[in-house]
Write a protein that binds this ligand. Structure first.
Ligand SMILES: NC(=O)c1ccc[n+]([C@@H]2O[C@H](COP(=O)([O-])OP(=O)(O)OC[C@H]3O[C@@H](n4cnc5c(N)ncnc54)[C@H](OP(=O)(O)O)[C@@H]3O)[C@@H](O)[C@H]2O)c1
Length: 292
C-alpha cells in the first residue's frame, strides 16, 4: 500500500519513519513544511498539499492536533477530499472527540471515501519500534484492507466498534496518563519536602504492585528534571479538553478529569506547554509553590 501521512509532528514523524523502514512507499505533508522535509533523507516523498498527497496514496493517515485540524486538512482548500480516487481510505490517528470523528466519517462518506479512526497508545519511541497499541473504529472491511500497515506500527490492534468508538477508548486511556502524571508529581513533591530522596520513592514504588510503566520509565527522569518532550504538555491539555467535552456530550460526570484539565490549562498559561506532559511536575513545583 502507498501510504500518505498528513502531519509530521512528534508522532507523525515517528510513524512515517517506521513505515519507511518497513518498506512502505510513504508520502508526507505538514503545514509547516520544514517538519516534513526532514523525512526526505529517510526516503519519504514530500507533497505540497493534502490533496496532492491523497492523489498518490491508497491510505492517508492524519496525525494532527485536534478535530479542527483534521477538518481543515480533510475538507479545506487543497484538502484530502480534492485528491480522491477509487479505493482511497482515510485513517485518523489524531486524538479527537468521538462525536466530531463520527461526523467527519459521515462527511468523507459523502465523497465516496471510507474512513476509520485509528488512535494509538504509546509515543514516538514505541512507534519507531512498531510497538504501538492501535485502536480501530469503523467498518471491519475497511480496516482489513489496510491492516498490514497498522501491523507494521502496532504490536496489538483492537477493533473497538463503529466510527468514533476508538476515540472514546483513547480518551479514557489518556485520562489515566494525565492523572497518573499528577499523582507521581505529587509523590515526588511530598517525598522531597519530607527530606527524602525522590529516587528512593521510585525504588519503593517500583517494588510494589502499584508500579506502572510511567513510574518505571518516566518517573526517574521526572525526579531529575528531564522533561524532553515525547508528548507535549499542551497536547495533553488539549486531550483533557476533549475528554471533558466528550463527558459533557455523553452526560458523564468526571470530577477528576475536570480538576486535571484546569491544572494542565494553567500550566500551559504559565509557559509549560512545550515540554513533556510529565513537566506538570515543574509547574506544580514552581507555580504551586508561589500560590501555596
Ligand atoms: N506524541 C504522542 O505520544 C502521541 C501519542 C498518541 C496520540 N497523539 C496524538 O497525535 C496528534 C499529534 O500529536 P503530536 O504529539 O505529533 O503533536 P505535535 O508534535 O504538536 O504535532 C501536531 C501536528 O498537528 C499539525 N497541526 C496542528 N494544527 C493544525 C492545523 N490547523 N492544520 C494542519 N495541521 C495542524 C502540526 O502542524 P505544524 O507543524 O504546522 O504546527 C503538527 O504536524 C495529537 O492529536 C495527539 O494527541 C500523540
Amino acid at each position: 500500500m502507498k501510504v500518505g501521512i498528513v502531519g509530521t509532528g512528534l508522532l507523525g514523524r515517528a510513524v512515517a519513519a517506521r513505515l519507511l523502514r518497513t518498506g512502505h512507499t510513504v508520502t508526507v505533508y505538514n503545514r509547516t513544511k520544514e517538519k516534513a522535509a526532514v523525512l526526505k533523507d529517510q526516503g519519504a516523498k514530500i507533497a505540497d498539499s493534502p490533496k496532492k498527497l491523497a492523489e498518490v496514496s491508497d491510505l492517508v493517515i492524519t496525525i494532527v492536533r485536534d478535530s479542527d485540524a483534521v477538518e481543515s486538512v480533510s475538507f479545506g482548500e487543497d484538502g484530502i477530499v480534492h485528491g480522491r480516487h477509487d479505493g482511497l481510505i482515510v485513517a485518523d490517528m489524531s486524538t479527537i472527540n468521538p462525536i466530531a470523528s463520527k461526523r467527519l466519517a459521515q462527511k468523507f462518506e459523502q465523497y465516496g471515501i471510507a474512513m476509520i479512526d485509528s488512535p494509538v497508545m504509546g509515543g514516538p519511541p514505541l512507534a519507531e519500534k512498531g510497538g504501538l497499541v492501535v485502536m480501530i473504529g469503523g467498518k471491519n472491511d475497511t480496516y482489513e484492507r489496510c491492516k498490514q500497515v497498522f501491523d507494521s506500527i502496532g504490536e496489538k490492534t483492537f477493533h473497538v466498534g463503529p466510527n468514533g468508538s476508538a476515540h472514546s477508548m483513547k480518551l479514557a486511556l489518556n485520562l489515566q496518563i494525565s492523572i497518573l502524571a499528577l499523582a507521581i508529581s505529587e509523590g515526588i513533591i511530598l517525598t522531597k519536602r519530607s527530606g527524602l530522596d525522590p529516587m528512593l520513592f521510585f525504588d519503593v514504588l517500583n517494588s510494589t504492585y502499584f508500579k506502572t510503566g510511567m513510574s518505571l520509565l518516566k518517573g526517574p527522569k521526572m525526579a531529575k528534571g528531564n522533561f524532553e518532550p515525547s508528548f507535549f504538555l499542551k497536547v495533553m491539555e488539549k486531550d483533557l479538553e476533549e475528554i471533558n467535552q466528550t463527558a459533557k456530550e455523553f452526560g458523564a460526570s468526571l470530577p477528576m478529569a475536570s480538576v486535571a484539565m484546569n491544572l494542565y490549562k494553567d500550566a500551559v498559561e504559565h509557559g509549560f506547554g512545550d515540554i513533556d506532559y510529565t513537566g506538570i511536575l515543574a509547574y506544580l513545583e514552581r507555580v504551586g509553590k508561589q500560590t501555596g
